[in-house]
Structures are given as structure tokens and as C-alpha cells.
Design a protein around this ligand. Structure first.
Ligand SMILES: [Zn+2]
Length: 331
């Protein structure tokens, strides 16, 4: 936390020293006919692209091959944000730094919290551990331990589950906020945005329908996942998650935690242990070995893995992939 604050203050100082330079950069970057949009991370970037398409310059802040929970803002990122006409981010409980940046930028930039209309689920402190991450994380150190408050800066006592985008119903609310704000900023293209938005809503309705209709009459009701990312899916479609990584920020699960999960899995006749794209699957593998069951990837869609990139996956293809995996696991 202290380290984060220091970096932040340093960035603000740098910014105020360089206002002249930024002023120029800002002027140059404005394109006359297109809105300059910065979207914080993959799902927000995807939805914004689907609505704005070629009428906007949409830039992603957190590269899609980087796990966004551990993201740390750099001066370069601050410049990117300052050049934008509008910044879309998910939630103060995910990109906790956005509120501070908004108030400290020397230019007025619209920062839009896309999940503002979502009814947030309470109590989901969560964290990631990257012990020997084999994925392609260019911008991350691999053994970073961080303070929970970096991601939940608004409150130390109550954390809300920030993984709103994994519910199609929440995604509709997110898209509505994006659509409304693009239309407000660029009224000329309102019909274009509306048309794309309507199509997107239809796809999300279909996605919701398919989840609802596939996750019925299943014999099991719980999946074991890598981190607590699937709360909104559980809530919407009536199943439960047990996470290998619990609510505590700094610790790996204890031997006792793991033993409890093993007992639980035996009792429930669990058939799959889920790992995820950007977290070391070591613990999932250990559990699966112990239980003699398989490990599968369930994606929290916090970015795109190199595999997903190669397959040209997007939010929808991954949501459908997840649906198949959840269905199989609950059979
Ligand atoms: Zn997460």
C-alpha cells in the first residue's frame, strides 16, 4: 500500500511538472472525426469495440495478455488516459486507481464506471498468486505480493465482487452505460451506436437464455475454481463455487484448506478441478492428482491467453466454452 501511494504521488508530480508537454500531446492526439476512447481491460474493451466499431479510436489500457488484478499504472498509462476523450473502466472495486487519477489529471476527461448500475455482490475479497507464472506476462514480476487495498481502495472493510462482466445480465447493464456515453459524447453517430448496441444486447440475451437452459437438471451444484471470479454466474444460474484461493490477500491456502477442499470434493463427487488462464495451475494440479480427476481451464475473461488469441476467441466464444465446462462439471 505504501509503495503504491509513493508511486502514485511520484506520478502526479511528474504529471504536474510536464503539463506543457502533455498539452501538446493532447492537441496532437485529438482526431477530428473520431472519439478517443481508452478502455481499461479486455471485457470493457470488447464491449466498447462492439458498440463503437470504426467510429471510435479504442485503446486498451491493460494489455489483454496481462492479468488485470495486479496491474500497476505507469506514467505512460497516465499519458494515455490524459489524451482520451472518454475512459471506460469496470468498477472502483477492480480498477481502484481510476477515481484518484480522474481527480488528479490536469485535463477534464470523462471517466465512466461501467458497472455503476450493477447490483454488486458483497464480501468477495479475492486475490491472485503468481508464483511461477508460465504465461506471457511481459509487464509483471512473477512473484508479486500485493496489498488488497490496491484493488479495493474505496473500502478496507467491505469488498464487492468486481467480476460483473461474467453475468450476461450485468454485461447488458455495462453495455448500456457504454452506449449511452458514446452517444452523449458523439451524438452524430448515435444511430450507429444504437444499432450496434441493440445487436449486442440480443447476443447477450441469447447467451443468458443458453446458460439458463443448459444449466438445469444437473446432479451436482458446486464447482471448484482457482479464484472467486464466478459469483455472478453462481448467483444467476443457481450453483456454487469453492475457490482454492480464499479471501485472504497475502496467503496461499494452508495444507488444512487444501485438505478441506479434498474432503469436500470427495463428498460431493466432484469431477473437475478448474484452473484459469493467468494463474499458475500448480495447486489445481495437486488437488486433481490427489482426487484422481482432471484439471480444466475455466476462464474469468480477465484477458486473453495466447491460446485464446490464436483461436480468435472473444467474450462470447469464451462464455460458451465456459458454459460447456461448467455443465460438464455439474453433471
Ligand atoms: Zn479476478
Amino acid at each position: 500500500m505504501k509503495r503504491f501511494k509513493l508511486i502514485f504521488i511520484a506520478l502526479i508530480m511528474l504529471l504536474s511538472l510536464n503539463i506543457g508537454i502533455f498539452a501538446q500531446a493532447k492537441k496532437e492526439s485529438i482526431s477530428i472525426d473520431k472519439l478517443n476512447v481508452v478502455s481499461s481491460f479486455y471485457p470493457i474493451y470488447f464491449f466498447t469495440n462492439e458498440i463503437g466499431k470504426d467510429k471510435i479510436n479504442n485503446t486498451i489500457l491493460i494489455p489483454s495478455n496481462v492479468e488485470p488484478h495486479d496491474f500497476e499504472i505507469t506514467t505512460k498509462d497516465m499519458i494515455k488516459l490524459e489524451k482520451a476523450d472518454i475512459v471506460f473502466y469496470n468498477s472502483r472495486y477492480f480498477e481502484g486507481y481510476m477515481k484518484q487519477i480522474e481527480t488528479n489529471l490536469s485535463y477534464k476527461v470523462d471517466f465512466i464506471e461501467c458497472s455503476k448500475d450493477v447490483k454488486l455482490l458483497k464480501g468477495h475479497h479475492h486475490h491472485h498468486h503468481h508464483t511461477s507464472d508460465k504465461h506471457n506476462h511481459k509487464n509483471q514480476s512473477s512473484t508479486k505480493h500485493h496489498d488488497e487495498s490496491e484493488h479495493h481502495s474505496e473500502s478496507k472493510d467491505i469488498a464487492y465482487d468486481p467480476h460483473t462482466w461474467l453475468s450476461p445480465i450485468n454485461a447488458k447493464l455495462i453495455c448500456k452505460v457504454i452506449y449511452e456515453n458514446l452517444s452523449k459524447k458523439d451524438a452524430q453517430n448515435k444511430d450507429f451506436y444504437k444499432n450496434n448496441y441493440d445487436k449486442l444486447i440480443k447476443k447477450l440475451d441469447k447467451l443468458n437464455y443458453d446458460y439458463k437452459n443448459n444449466l438445469v437438471n444437473l446432479s451436482n451444484d458446486t464447482i471448484i475454481v482457482s479464484h472467486m471470479a464466478f459469483g455472478y454466474l453462481c448467483d444467476l444460474y443457481n450453483f456454487k463455487q469453492v475457490a482454492i484461493r480464499g479471501f485472504d490477500a497475502e496467503s496461499e491456502p494452508s495444507a488444512k484448506d487444501l485438505a478441506n477442499i479434498i474432503d469436500f470434493a470427495k463428498e460431493k463427487n466432484i469431477k473437475v478441478i478448474f484452473s484459469e488462464d493467468f494463474v499458475n495451475p500448480k495447486l489445481s494440479n495437486i488437488l486433481a492428482n490427489e482426487l484422481n480427476i482432471k484439471v480444466e481451464v475455466l476462464s474469468p475473461i480477465e484477458g486473453l491467453s495466447s491460446n485464446q488469441n490464436e483461436n480468435n476467441d472473444d467474450y462470447f466464444t469464451i462464455m460458451y466454452y465456459n458454459l460447456e465446462k461448467i455443465k460438464e462439471a455439474l453433471k
